[in-house]
Design a protein around this ligand. Sequence first.
Ligand code: BDR
Ligand code: CA
Length: 310
Amino acid sequence: AKKIILDCDPGHDDAIALMMAVASPAIELLAVTASAGNQTPQKTLNNVLRILTLLGRTDIPVASGNQKPLMQDLQIAANVHGETGLDGTELPEPGFAAQSIPAVELIAQTLRASTTPVTLVVTGPMTNAALFLAVHPELKAKIEQIVFMGGAMGLGNWTPQVEFNMFVDPEAAKMVIDSGIPLVMAGLDVTHKAQILPTDVTAFRAIGNPVAKAIADLLNFYHIYYSQAKWGFKGTPVHDPCTLAWLIAPSLFETVKRNLDIETTGQLTRGETIVDYYELTGKPVNAEIMLDLDREKFVALITQCLHTFD
Ligand code: BDR
Ligand code: CA
C-alpha cells in the first residue's frame, strides 16, 4: 500500500478524501494534519478528529497545523462549508485528542519512522507543507511526491483566475512548487469534472451504513453552493478526493507532465498557478497535471470505499 500523510482542512470534500484514505487497501494513512483554510484552524482540527472518530480510526495520529497563512490573514470559506466547516450532518464528538506536537513535527516524526518514502497529500492551503520544508529540509528526500488539490490551468473559483487553496497562501504554494519534490496537481481543470450527481448521492445514502449516510448529508449541503446557476454544474464537484483517486487508480485520469509555477505578486492574479502547457519557457518538468477523469469510475471508486464501512 502507498504510505501517505494527509494535510487537510475539512471541508466537505476533504472529508470524502479522508474517508477514501481510510477505506482503500491501496493506501496506508500514517498521519493527518489539519490546515487553516475552509474554516478556522480550531474547527478544521476538530473536524479531522470527528471524521476519524466516525470512521473508527481514533488510532491515527493527528496534529494541528499553523494558525494562519505565512504572509497574510486567513480567509475562510464559510459561505461554502458553513459555520462548522462541515455543516449538513451530525458528526460524533471527537473520541480522541490531537498530538501535543504541531503538524510540522508530526510530519517530521512520521517521515523519520518510515523506512520507505512517503507521499504527502495536501488538500488545503499549503502553509503546513511549506513550513515543514523550511524547518526540516533534511527530510525532503523522504517525501516521494506531493499530491495536491489546488490551482488551475484555466479559470479560478475564488477570484477570476485563482483557486481557493492557492488564494489563501500563495507564498506557501510557491515554496512547495519550487521545492524540487515531484508534484501531482489536481486543479480545477479536473476537479470541476469530478461531479457527484444527485442520483449518486441517493445511491450513497442507500448503502445504509453511518459513514455513507454522513457523506450523503455532507454532499447535500455542499451542493447548495454549487447549485448556483453561474457554475453550470449538473452535480457537485468534489475537488479533494481527486488526489486520493489518483493515488488509488491513476488510470482513471488523463494527465500531462509540464512545468508548474505560481504568480505571487500580480494585482489581479496573486495565487494563479501557471502551467507551461506549450512548453514555451524551457523550464524543466516539475509536475504531473490532471486534466480529465472517468467520472463514472470515480463515483464507482467512492462507492466501493463507502461499502468498506458496512
Ligand atoms: C478547494 O477549496 C476548498 O473549499 C475545498 O476543500 C478544496 O480543497 C477547492 O477550491
Ligand atoms: Ca480542502
